[in-house]
Ligand binder design. Structure first.
Ligand SMILES: NC(=O)c1ccc[n+]([C@@H]2O[C@H](COP(=O)([O-])OP(=O)(O)OC[C@H]3O[C@@H](n4cnc5c(N)ncnc54)[C@H](OP(=O)(O)O)[C@@H]3O)[C@@H](O)[C@H]2O)c1
Length: 290
């Protein structure tokens, strides 16, 4: 299969390129500097030149707080551009796999959200991502929209890295314990997206790490697993006001296990990430490639 990855140099994109190559696919990587997914002419040219069977779109505006102040720009990247990409792929007869988020939900549930649960984003980021879902679904019938959450991986700024860095400097950390979600390792999500790209099933899929926890629990687990002496204490969202409202409960589960992909539990994802991180650090320390 020929795979084109857009937004290929981001945290998820890099993993998707690697997973696609590992699966034996002929894989092309493009990011904003070489293929802007809002540029229809550039997309038409790239699709004609590269002739992919599927495009996996990892491009996005991921600054959740920044989107509150710059919603129009976030909407351009997360809402309008995926529609342009979906229309270009549809015209070329190419399948599209697009990545979305748990933030499309209001976050006030007490049961996990499944694919058919009603959406209702509370943040600008969530609104722009939901607009992208609608645009992709409307423009290309051969689409997959994979919602994920709380992503961490080697190639981007993420919560686990932040906690480990702060834990190395401080004796105590206070972390919010009233937001529950599904931590997801990019190393688990990327091959799942390639599997969805290979299949024929279309529509919405929930693809997040199994189980759920709070940010406090995730931080405590990450610090304990790395032997950090830093103590982690629970606190509340009210004590850490942020520009964008965060969902209190945005756990994703799937009602499409039969034709979707069920990711391993988040604890396995965390363990996999910490092992990958440790081996990456030792290679870097030894002068290897970063
Ligand atoms: N991170 C999370 O916790 C999380 C959770 C749920 C869902 N997601 C979704 O997962 C996807 C990947 O997220 P990520 O964390 O890997 O994001 P990321 O690290 O910010 O990567 C996004 C990439 O997209 C590129 N990009 C921006 N505008 C573009 C455009 N118009 N055309 C082509 N490329 C463009 C960015 O380039 P520049 O850096 O040059 O702008 C960047 O390389 C996104 O759809 C995001 O909404 C992420």
């Amino acid at each position: 299969m020929r795979v084109l990855v857009t937004g290929a140099y981001g945290m998820l994109g890099r993993e998707v390129v690697a997973a696609s190559r590992d699966a034996g696919h002929d894989t092309e990587a493009r990011d904003l500097d070489t293929l802007d997914i809002s540029d229809r002419a550039a997309l038409d040219e790239a699709l004609a030149d590269l002739d992919p069977d599927v495009v996996v779109n990892c491009a996005g505006w991921t600054d959740v707080d920044g989107a509150e102040e710059h919603e129009a720009q976030a909407l351009h990247v997360n809402g309008t551009a995926p529609g342009v990409l979906a229309a270009a792929t549809a015209a070329a007869g190419v399948r599209v796999v697009h990545v979305s988020t748990d933030y499309v939900f209001p976050g006030d549930a007490s049961e996990p959200y499944v694919e058919s649960s009603p959406t209702g984003p509370r943040s600008a980021y969530g609104r722009t991502k939901l607009a992208g879902e609608h645009a992709v679904a409307a423009a290309n019938p051969d689409h997959v929209i994979a919602r994920t959450a709380w992503l961490f991986g080697l190639h981007g700024k993420n919560f686990v890295d932040t906690m480990l860095a702060l834990g190395a400097e401080r004796e105590t950390l206070r972390v919010v314990d009233d937001q529950t979600g599904c931590p997801t390792w990019a190393g688990h999500l990327a091959p799942a997206l390639i599997t969805l790209a290979e299949r024929e099933a279309t529509g919405l899929f929930h693809t997040a790490g199994g189980g759920s926890c709070t940010w406090f629990e995730l931080a405590r687990e990450a610090l304990a697993a790395t032997g950090s002496p830093c103590r982690v204490e629970p606190t509340t969202t009210d004590e850490f006001p942020r520009p964008a409202p965060r969902p209190a409960y945005s756990v994703l589960a799937t009602e499409r296990a039969a034709d979707g992909v069920v990711l391993p539990p988040w604890r396995e994802g965390l363990a996999g990430y910490l092992a990958e991180r440790a081996s990456f650090d030792s290679r870097t320390t030894a002068g290897g490639p970063r």
